[in-house]
Design a protein around this ligand. Structure first.
Ligand code: NAD
Length: 256
């Protein structure tokens, strides 16, 4: 379905980004990976699906590096057809104890990076009259939790950016939508499970049960593969007129 298209997925060396990159590659899209940590494992996993794969290590908190990454993607594959703004970090602390440097980093990586990548991707998408921009927001783009001020502010902002991007391109073949997962068991969440297990003196399994029990009625994690399938739907022709939505996959979290 996506043969001949190029998808750039930020923060795709791990977790949800890697799951989405795999799902788009399985549909035939060439992939530009980005992110820190192990690159060769993800690169091999994508190449095994029979598509071309490239990597750029831009730090998504830096506009100049995002510009270099977008230029690299264009030089390598000609154009970015699908942009998935996924890179993200978390920091958990009450507002009065929140380190200002962490606030700046969360806003830069979880929100401003999507603005920069989007503004750089749009001209070529509009010229081709086809494009998909998918912003990995969160159920925290729709509702709040205590001790996550920067994350909740960034994700609400990202849902707003999604709507504006959708409206500014509404008469074209370029769509923009947000995906809003509840809990997904990735390294980002395992850190929160570990912190809870340590602070409560409970096992990993009990910490997971508590975490899900507080927020997620289904008592189950959403998986990167399920999120990948939603991204594929948004890239399909059935998604041609899906514009500016924030689609939660959250086990009923926001329905409460
Ligand atoms: P993860 O920690 O597994 O992956 C994050 C990715 O972002 C990694 O590839 C990492 O290298 C990359 N990254 C981090 N900082 C970066 C930077 N400065 N520059 C470039 N890359 C950087 O996390 P995840 O759970 O897969 O999260 C992916 C996205 O999904 C995030 O935006 C997160 O907020 C969102 N999300 C996650 C959950 C969840 O429960 N895990 C729920 C809702 C939304």
């Amino acid at each position: 379905m996506l043969k001949g298209k190029t998808a750039l997925v930020t923060g795709s060396t791990s977790g949800i980004g890697l799951g989405i990159a795999r799902a788009l590659a399985a549909q035939g899209a060439n992939i530009v990976l980005n992110g820190f940590g192990d690159v060769e494992g993800p690169r091999a996993a994508i190449a095994a699906l029979g598509v071309q794969v490239a990597y750029h290590g831009a730090d998504m908190s830096r506009a100049a590096e995002i510009e270099a990454m977008m230029a690299y993607a264009t030089t390598t594959f000609g154009r970015v057809d699908i942009l998935v703004n996924n890179a993200g970090i978390q920091h958990v602390a009450r507002i009065e104890n929140f380190p200002t440097e962490r606030w700046d980093a969360v806003i830069a990586i979880n929100l401003s990076s999507a603005f920069h990548a989007t503004r750089l991707a749009l001209p070529a998408m509009r010229e081709a009259n086809w494009g998909r921009i998918i912003n990995l927001a969160s159920v925290h783009g729709l509702v709040a939790s205590a001790e996550k001020s920067a994350y909740v502010a960034a994700k609400h902002g990202l849902v707003g950016l999604t709507k504006v991007t959708a409206l500014e391109n509404a008469t074209t073949g370029v769509t923009c939508n947000a995906i809003c997962p509840g809990w997904v068991l990735t390294p980002l969440v395992q850190k929160q499970v570990d912190a809870r297990a340590a602070s409560q003196g409970v096992s990993n399994d009990e910490a997971i049960r508590q975490l899900l029990g507080e927020k997620e009625p289904s008592m189950q994690f959403t998986t990167p593969d399920e999120l990948g399938a939603l991204a594929v739907f948004l890239c399909s022709s059935a998604g041609n007129n899906v514009r500016g939505v924030a689609w939660n996959m959250d086990g009923g979290w926001a329905a409460q």
